[in-house]
Design a protein around this ligand. Structure first.
Ligand code: BES
Ligand code: ZN
Ligand code: ZN
Length: 506
């Protein structure tokens, strides 16, 4: 069980025609005229690169790639053209995707040293996007493969070639370092999500959080089942009571060095961490249970963001709360019909033990807002209904505060992650009416993602709050750009960008 070491990244200046590498990746748009870098390489190959590309139907469309063997005519063994789509319309995310596709192609060609030539975009934006796309694209989860059958070889080095007279500068070095750091955190989150539930128990997640805390100087506190009862988190404790692997409330806290800054209101990040969701006594079907080791993707994103928070060094505290439990059926499991007493004192009748995420999050959100945060953001693989609504490539964003919602959505756009604002429909709460308690945990089928969010809203009071339902985009159904099939690590980049922008503004 060996993990690939991550590739090393560096900036390089010089001519693409004189650059040694297993694979040289060039970006090309649909423009009728090739860009300077492509033209120079084509010229060194006597026009054969573009002629062959044209013959094989490569037109620079996004998602297109073309491979050319140089047979010793260039110091680079292969040239890969990666398409950017319509000229002048590509942005950082298109470039990220193209860079990811470029390294994946390079790895399939058994190349382990890759040089990527930056296209014409603001250079700091370009460096960052290419670094992220390459680092994310090189990710594989192969610690359980012993047969070496993966067609891709591990990537050793990626160098970003600055052309057009650009030279290395501290600004570009910083863009590179930031891109590599946030991608590393995303890949860390992907691995937590891909890890089987037998290994990634609530306690194992707590240990991962402690490792992150030690590496980055964060305070970590872990509470077990007895403490959850003492904290009167009756909903959270109930969800965890059916498993041999008991629940854990995992708290991480970043504090700025300056005393005045450390007294500011914190930003609170909350993650759902159901390490396995069998549905409990309201048992899922075999198919429905298949991917449920990934039901902790929200907390993986929060933990990934906490991995970069110390380097971002915002001038306000950041507190993370992971609600970790395994939802299992057993003789000690909570039952349909049980009435639970939440930390807020509200009582909840359980009508379906598979709607466990909102029970855990309700208690954790109530606890988080007691710290009087300026904002609380939760991430959760909360509802299948959200997958029905928005599919696998976009998450749902629910909020009680328009300004905060826009701040989070803008950060997501800059980071290249997709969320769509969804409404909190007040009338939806009627479906949660219970005969014997304050609420039920499940309403009608229709509008299920909204009802779940409306349930959560009961526990945040007046605190500005955004809930990101990532049940769809936590997993990619197929390979695309910098994404392989499997865990995406969605949320890490949005949270990191949110904190970075807020740090700058304050
Ligand atoms: N973890 C699931 C939601 C989920 C579904 C995540 C598909 C990823 C992919 C959640 O705990 C759940 O089971 N929700 C139920 C709620 C229902 C019982 C009201 C659902 O969506 O079916
Ligand atoms: Zn469930
Ligand atoms: Zn769940």
């Amino acid at each position: 069980m060996n993990d690939d070491p991550s590739p090393s990244f560096a900036l390089l200046s010089g001519a693409p025609t004189r650059t040694r590498a297993d694979v040289l990746v060039l970006f090309a748009s649909e423009a009728s005229k090739p860009n300077e870098v492509v033209a120079a390489v084509d010229q060194a190959l006597d026009g054969q690169l573009l002629r062959a590309a044209r013959e094989e139907g490569f037109r620079g469309k996004a998602e297109q790639t073309f491979v050319f063997q140089t047979h010793g005519r260039l110091p680079a063994g292969r040239v890969v053209l990666s398409g950017l789509g319509p000229a002048g319309r590509f942005d950082a995310e298109v470039l990220r995707q193209a860079a990811g596709r470029g390294v994946k192609t390079a790895q399939k060609l058994r190349g382990s040293t890759v040089v990527m030539a930056l296209p014409e975009l603001d250079p700091a934006v370009g460096v960052r996007a290419v670094a992220e796309g390459a680092a994310l694209g090189a990710y594989r989860f192969d610690r359980y493969r012993t047969d070496g059958q993966d067609e891709r070889v591990p990537l050793r080095s990626v160098r970003l070639l600055l052309s057009n007279g650009l030279v290395r500068s501290s600004r570009l070095e910083r863009a590179l370092a930031e891109g590599v750091r946030v991608s590393g955190a995303t890949n860390f989150a992907r691995t937590l999500v891909n890890e089987p539930a037998a290994h990634l128990t609530p306690q194992a997640l707590a240990e991962a959080a402690e490792t992150v805390g030690k590496a980055h100087g964060l305070q970590v506190r872990v509470s077990g089942p007895r403490e959850l009862r003492k904290l009167r988190m009756g909903m959270f404790a109930a969800v965890g009571q059916g498993s041999e692997n008991g629940p854990r409330l995992i708290e991480l806290s970043y504090r700025p060095r300056k005393a005045a800054e450390s007294k500011r209101p914190p930003v609170a990040l909350v993650g759902k961490a159901i390490t396995f969701d069998s549905g409990g006594l309201s048992l899922k079907t075999a198919d429905g249970m298949m991917d449920m080791k990934t039901d902790m993707a929200g907390s993986a994103a929060v933990l990934g963001a906490m991995e970069v928070v110390a380097e971002l060094a915002p001038p306000f505290p950041v507190q993370a709360f992971l609600g970790a439990a395994e939802n299992m059926p057993s003789g000690t499991a909570y039952r349909p019909g049980d009435v639970l007493v939440s930390r807020l004192g509200k009582t909840v009748e359980v009508t379906n033990t598979d709607a466990e995420g909102r029970l855990v999050l309700g208690d954790v959100l109530a606890y988080a807002v007691e710290r009087k945060p300026s904002a609380v953001i939760d991430l959760a693989t909360l509802t299948g209904a959200c997958v029905v609504a928005l599919g696998n490539w976009m998450g749902g964003a629910f909020s009680n505060d328009d300004a905060l919602a826009e701040e989070v959505l803008a950060a997501a756009r800059r980071a290249g992650e997709s969320f769509w604002r969804m409404p909190l429909v007040d009338l939806q709460k009627e479906t949660l009416r219970s005969e014997i308690a304050d609420m039920k945990n499940v309403g009608e089928r229709w509008g299920g993602a909204i009802t779940a969010a409306v349930f959560l809203r009961e526990f945040v009071g007046q605190t500005p709050w955004v809930h990101l339902d990532i049940a769809g985009p936590s997993q990619a159904p197929r390979e695309r750009g910098y994404q392989g099939k499997g865990a995406t690590g969605i949320g890490v980049r949005t949270l990191a960008e949110f904190l970075r922008a807020r740090a700058r503004a304050s």
